[in-house]
Design a protein around this ligand. Sequence first.
Ligand code: NCD
Length: 441
Amino acid sequence: MRRLPEMPGLHSAEAFNPAFLHAFFERAKAVETRPGEFEDALRGRVIATVFEEPSTRTRLSFESAALRLGAGVITVADPRTSSASKGESLRDTARTVGGYADLIVWRHPADGASRLASQFAEVPVVNGGDGRLGHPTQTLVDLYTLWREWGQIEGRTIALMGDLNHGRTARSLAWGLSLLGARMVLLPAPGLAWEEAVLDRILARVDYRRCSVRHPMFRSWTGKEKATLIEPRSLVQGELFGRDEVELNHLDALYLTRLQRERGAEEAMASRGYGGLQVEQLADPLLKQTLLLHPLPRREELPEAVDEAPGARYFVQTRMGPIVRQAVFLALLRPDRWSLPALHPLPAGDPDPGLGTCPNTNCISSPEGIPVPWRVEGRHERHFLCAFCDAPLPVEYAGCRSTRKLHPVHSPKVMRILPENLRPFRERHGAMEAGYEWSGG
Ligand code: NCD
């Protein structure tokens, strides 16, 4: 199976791993504390920023990062001024811009856009936010902000609050935190939780357990006192293993997010209300000495009265934006001097016309009119996912290309088939027509 990205780039926080992240934090610290060492690192290089959704912080901090390293910048800050408005495909735009720049930072409204662009651009692509799916450099900003404070993120308890369903920053951050061994409390605004598959995929990758916690304050944020907590099994003491509900007295950090109105958050909430954080709540022991983070822009969920709180760190996050993005550019464009441990990129997947279109209507495969490429995951049974947007695909049967035998997809026999020999099917008769022989579970 082809690997994604073909070109080194940065598309998903899932590609991070602890070795990468720890080395990254040290590099970002070097950029922050010794900026003079890097000021000519990208002299003569050109960075393109292609932003097909609004942005203030992300685009400007990438551009500031490029300029601070001595690179030049070309930009599409408004999609109305580019050929996307004339119906040009992302693939063609990627091919074109890849000829003008040494690296492209791309923001796009569709899930998986950056992964697709990387297959056509011939230069590294960095995801500046794609649909609801991911925002990996924001995650690096968030994690670096926490690491600067604590030195170690493992074992800390961080709550993710607000529009988890439509927001990409919390999704990406959940990957980063889980790879570093943090505990996470999920506090979605009413009706705006993740689909189950998001948590299932994280839990399938890291050795965590899922349980619940209760706090009266959660009601004003989520509509319920009970919330989901996920934590590394290594942190759980012997006798607590069997307990489904654990006590929570304190949060080390609270990560707030706004309602993504432009992605339909209000309709999904069905006017059930999301109060956000109130300044009086900061006196509760739960939030004493809690760091308050927010990717910004903020709305009513984070009143300005909170800005004076000792834990407020959201404007520290914004200041870390250019520093973190300089470290990203250095790793991608100057690996000769500033390489980092390799990412674990996701497979690019294989298209299979028999699978039809991606069930996620916001997947980049839909506006591009291309067959959905699939890849597999899962430690105990195989799950077929869209390789662009990670949506679970409706695969019921899996065949082995070498034996031509067909099995129900969750059969243990399917685990024994090498991924490159797998062929997914939605229906049994389609598999029979393709020459596969039914072998059962
Ligand atoms: C976020 C984004 O665009 O995903 N902003 C950012 O990049 N700092 C969050 C948001 O728009 O709510």
